[in-house]
Design a protein around this ligand. Structure first.
Ligand code: GDP
Ligand code: IMO
Ligand code: MG
Length: 431
């Protein structure tokens, strides 16, 4: 059984938590897209054991499960090496025994991060609100081809040196000409860093496409960890306020080399409300007391950048769209505990634009930013759900909320979250 876990909103749905739980019965955990823009939080047995992962698949915390970073990822070696060192300090060893990296993955370089900073600053108020991790510029160079550096380039330092010098000199010219930048990057310094990265990473570099096909042929249980969310997908998300990869389920085949039919089950993760970090339309946003309550109760601050997340009601129109795009089989709904204390709960069930009800999630930014949400209103609940250990113990108002969303989406909600911990994820019985 090969399973893919993807976010159905604008990221941070709690994918890391689910991947960590499901990794217990996986033979391999695979991260296939995005880069260090992702921040996946895993909270083990008690709240003391909290891990924030950016590049390592969440399965790495099990210690003994092979984890794979495939060609679709853009690799910031500095972040990866720091992440590995951080885990080592906490007793988790990461080496070529449990981590393999595709030589086809692209390297995030210093100039990508610099370009991200310069271009966001130049956009001013109209900026995307990126994580400034160099993600977009790195994927741009992948498409440009002759200005790209791949992980496999670390295997031949002579060739790499030539590439680094040629590309850094070109980037310096662009930064000066376009952004009046007066602090050119030093190619030698960048190359020296690459040499250090190569020493760390070399043993882990492999052909992950071959590896995954072998595992598939052997009937291994592969668990794929999506990053970002469907609404941040480059093609299908809320363009241009998106990330630079196909972060929805459609991205998996290109990002791994496995055909779509290799995946048996797509699990979509949502929160019981909606959050978004960065710019862009957000129809059900509650820039008011409700949003503030959700932010504080759910600790809605970015795992990667620490930015406060924008908060709003659950939007069944955008999640319904994400379910369709991803061919999602089942949904996990996180953060039911966070909604406690709100007198009433709203779920957006349709969009209206210029007085007309829309049939489908709109493709145009100008439409989406002006839609009005039609809501159904449900009863709130005051109970503290965090101590509850079985779905049947949850208050009726909670079950009604879950069932209402399930009926609107038309696919089963199979698990719900009542807290950040492993044990705070409850199975939803379906007869
Ligand atoms: P990811 O990027 O999708 O892996 O999600 P993040 O880790 O960025 O953000 C999800 C946040 O919600 C993390 O801080 C999790 O520990 C936390 N979380 C996940 N599920 C629940 C839940 O059911 N209740 C609460 N209160 N927190 C949760
Ligand atoms: P996880 O995997 C939430 C958002 C950024 C910005 C936009 C583009 O933790 O769910 P980028 O740096 O990718 O060019 O930024 O995408 N974004 C995320 N938002 N969770 C993420 O990842 C995100 N990764 C990127 O905030 O709006
Ligand atoms: Mg996150």
């Amino acid at each position: 059984m090969n399973t893919c876990v993807v976010g159905l909103q604008w990221g941070d749905e709690g994918k890391g938590k689910i991947v960590d739980i499901l990794s217990e019965s996986a033979d391999m955990v695979i991260r296939y897209s995005g880069g260090a823009n992702a921040g996946h939080t895993v909270v083990r047995e008690d709240n003391e054991a909290k891990f924030a992962l950016h590049l390592l698949p969440s399965g790495i915390l099990r210690g003994n499960i092979p984890c794979v970073i495939t060609n679709g990822v853009v690799l910031d070696a500095e972040v990866l090496i720091n992440e590995i060192a951080g885990l080592k300090d906490r007793g988790i060893e990461v080496s070529e025994k449990n981590l393999l990296i595709s030589g086809r993955a692209h390297m995030v370089m210093e100039y990508h991060k610099k370009y991200d900073r310069l271009s966001e600053a130049a956009l001013g108020k109209g900026k995307i609100g990126t994580t400034v991790r160099g993600i977009g510029p790195c994927y741009s160079d992948k498409v440009t081809r002759m200005t790209a550096i791949r992980v496999a380039d670390l295997l031949d330092l002579d060739v790499l040196r030539e590439k680094v010098f040629r590309i850094v000199e070109l980037k310096n010219k662009i930064f000066t000409a376009v952004y009046n930048d007066t602090e050119p990057l030093d190619p030698q310094q960048i190359f020296d860093k690459c040499r250090l990265w190569a020493d760390h990473i070399r043993p882990m570099i492999t052909d992950t496409t071959y590896l995954l096909h072998k595992a598939w042929a052997q009937g291994k249980n592969m668990l794929f960890e999506g990053a970002q969310g469907t609404l941040l997908d480059l093609d299908h998300g809320t363009f241009p306020y998106v990330t630079s990869s196909n972060s929805s389920a459609v991205g998996l085949p290109a990002a791994t080399g496995l055909p779509a039919k290799a995946i048996d089950r797509y699990i979509g993760v949502v929160k019981s409300y909606t959050t978004r970090v960065g710019g862009g339309p957000f129809p059900s946003e509650q820039d008011n007391k409700v949003g503030d309550t959700i932010r504080e109760q759910g600790h809605e601050y970015g795992t990667t950048t620490g930015r406060p997340r924008r908060c709003g009601w659950f939007d069944a129109v955008c999640v319904g769209y994400a379910v369709k795009i991803g061919g999602i089989d089942e949904v996990v709904m996180q953060h039911l505990d966070t909604l406690h204390g709100l007198e009433e709960l709203k779920v957006c069930v349709s969009y209206h634009h210029k007085g007309k009800k829309l049939d489908f999630f709109p493709a145009e930014e100008v439409v989406l930013k002006d839609v009005e949400c039609e809501y159904v209103t449900l009863k709130g609940y005051n109970d503290n759900l965090r101590e509850m250990t079985s779905y049947s113990d949850l208050p009726e108002a909670v079950k009604t909320y879950v069932k209402t969303v399930e009926d609107i989406l038309g696919i089963p909600i199979t698990m719900v979250g009542v807290g950040p911990g492993r044990a705070q994820t409850l199975s939803v019985p379906h007869t």
